[in-house]
Ligand binder design. Structure first.
Ligand SMILES: C[S@@+](CC[C@H](N)C(=O)[O-])C[C@H]1O[C@@H](n2cnc3c(N)ncnc32)[C@H](O)[C@@H]1O
Length: 238
């Protein structure tokens, strides 16, 4: 895979936001991922926050809703997402955020070191191949200020194979809901996507996430708030 892989070009329609039907804990992962950023700083100062993969703007909306102290920069490499996200954020002053269509690694490499208080990403990094993901982690560490936090709400495999399989089976079963609303193509599409995510070069393991972050000197690395396949990972820059 190259950094230009775009796995969401056919998921920019209303089908994307219908995903909440098959992920009952979606709101909780969004809310708690953002809370983790805000609580880390006790909401005491203006925070420069970079969001990787803004998609249709769900996480961006949560960030701007939970705190008035956030200056948000968002990046996404799928051009069709920009319009969707801008429309979701239209109630916020445009001075509070800017969204850019660019690959995350390319954007990170263009930034000065020690620039951001926080980097957040929700359901993005598991889509990447692991080699590319590792480069992103290193760049996130570099652009964070000392004491800054990286929060990644995402799909994390557990190393217990049986438990992982049962989590995956549970999730695939939830996709039946698409059939029940007359959208069988969404069931097929998302099932294929989840099966692709299992590829050995792509699957994001919880323990590998923690180890990778520790290897680049993140501290306080943890993955918590698990619901089936999904959980919230984070680390703090030394
Ligand atoms: C599942 S969506 C998540 C969007 C949002 N955070 C949410 O929780 O709804 C993943 C997004 O990541 C974007 N993405 C994937 N790879 C990327 C990359 N290399 N650089 C920037 N964005 C990327 C996709 O285009 C897509 O919009």
């Amino acid at each position: 895979m190259t950094q230009n892989e775009q796995r969401f070009s056919n998921k920019t329609g209303e089908g994307y936001d219908l995903f909440s039907l098959v992920l009952p804990h979606q709101d909780e992962i969004q809310t708690k991922s953002v809370e983790k950023v805000i609580k880390h700083f006790n909401n005491q100062k203006i925070l420069n926050v970079l969001e990787i993969g803004f998609g249709t703007g769900i996480t961006s909306h949560e960030l701007l809703t939970q705190s008035n102290n956030i200056n948000l920069i968002g990046v996404d490499n799928e051009p069709k997402m920009l319009e969707k996200a801008l429309s979701k954020l239209q109630s916020f002053s445009p001075e509070r955020f800017s969204l850019h269509t660019i690959d995350a690694l390319e954007y990170l490499k263009q930034q000065e070191s020690n620039t951001f208080d926080a980097v957040i990403s929700v359901w993005v990094l598991h889509n990447l191949q692991s080699e590319f993901r590792s480069k992103i982690y290193s760049e996130i560490y570099r652009v964070l200020k000392s004491g800054g936090i990286f929060v990644n709400g995402d799909k994390y495999a557990v190393s217990d194979k049986d438990l992982h399989q049962s989590n995956l089976d549970w999730q695939l079963k939830q996709f039946d809901a698409f059939e029940n609303i007359g959208r069988p193509e969404l069931k097929k599409d998302w099932t294929d996507h989840y099966v692709e995510d299992e590829d050995v070069n792509r699957v994001l393991y919880e323990d590998a996430f923690i180890k990778d972050l520790q290897n680049i000197e993140f501290k306080d690395c943890i993955v918590d708030n698990r619901h089936y396949m999904d959980a919230i990972g984070s680390g703090v820059k030394n």
